[in-house]
Design a protein around this ligand. Sequence first.
Ligand code: ATP
Ligand code: MG
Length: 417
Amino acid sequence: MEAAFVAVGSELLGTQRLDTNSLLITDLLRRHGVRLRRKAVVGDDEEELCREMQGLLGRFPLVLVTGGLGPTADDVTRQAVARACGRELVEDAAVLADVEGKFRALGRAMPEVNRRQAQVLVGSRVLANPRGTAPGLCLEQGGTTLFLLPGVSRELEGLLRHQVEPWLEDRGDGQGIESGVVKVACLPESVVEERVAPAYAEIGRERISLLASPGEVRVEVTARGDADQRRVELDRLLARIEVLVGEAAYGRGDETTLEGVVGGLLRERGATVATGESCTGGLVAQRLTEIPGSSELFVGSVVAYSDPAKERLLRVPAEELSRHGAVSEPVARSLATGARQVLGADWGIGITGIAGPGGGTEEKPVGTVHLALAGPDEAQTHRHIRLPGDRRQVRWLASQVALEMLRRELLGSGRQR
Ligand code: ATP
Ligand code: MG
């Protein structure tokens, strides 16, 4: 089956808001083996939308539209579609009662404008929308099944799951595509590519894609078949990618974050961490505190930016600072040990570097960062790296490397036990 999607809303034609509903729709269609052939963004303009619909009806077996079902004058989807289909709009008593009921539940009377949301196209099926006021509508027109759905993503998600997905399940042969992702930290895209290369021959190049962002590469794989086959196949493919990538593969799934994985490892080991940060300004601490329940594993952070602050708050020897400079291996090590001891944690992270744009020298150019990790057995690891990019990116990459260093150490300490 083939489908088209239309996102309605003038704000989606501007620079402030992006059409993200099409991503939800695309994902759903893909999983059911439906090919999305066309997507369009149309402003809140009845004439424009009517013409767009005329071009799609009868041409695609499935057309989905989101947005413009609200109560205000700029919400024109119902009228535009009615015109394109040559159908009447009528007030539906049951829908009106439902909309009124929703306002009553909030202790309010329904404003008169909301009456418009009770208008339905003659011959259409009303799709309940418990997360919002306006229902969705579904109708058959000239060989096309047309879904009109709300623009608010949370409402749309509900309708996709409870109305559109069952319809797709009834229609389709159950065959679909599903994708999964393996996340890799701190390896260049080219290295990841080299490592996963054997899978191109095994699985097919078109089923594997790499997407790089600073400090991270996502390896996405797709599986085909019915729902059960897909799940088993996807699991096998993800496991294969993890083996090929090796230890740098830190987790699966888009929701998985490096800090989340580090937090999980700390929790498993009953260990805690503290940070002594200079150039990252507390970014590692910020990321670690994103983890729900982080108080069990994150002790605290000292952001020591000036030399005196490093001395006073984290016991960095003055002599080290004057002899090696603040951005140096000994200072990074002292920051790590200082954080660990002063804050009383099992692990200490120390970071010092030159984020730029100023402050670089020939010997220590912008992007120079020293990172150190002090562990429970007093042992330390250190890395001296040169990071690319602007100030923001250097800071982000430094935080990424710090978390990855800790993750590797925790994996190591886990294996030794
Ligand atoms: P409601 O019935 O709840 O008023 P609606 O169907 O009229 O919803 P709109 O008023 O068009 O929807 O949009 C509601 C909100 O959802 C707006 O904030 C809008 O920017 C956002 N929105 C609409 N369409 C999209 C889209 N395609 N992608 C992302 N956000 C969207
Ligand atoms: Mg709108």
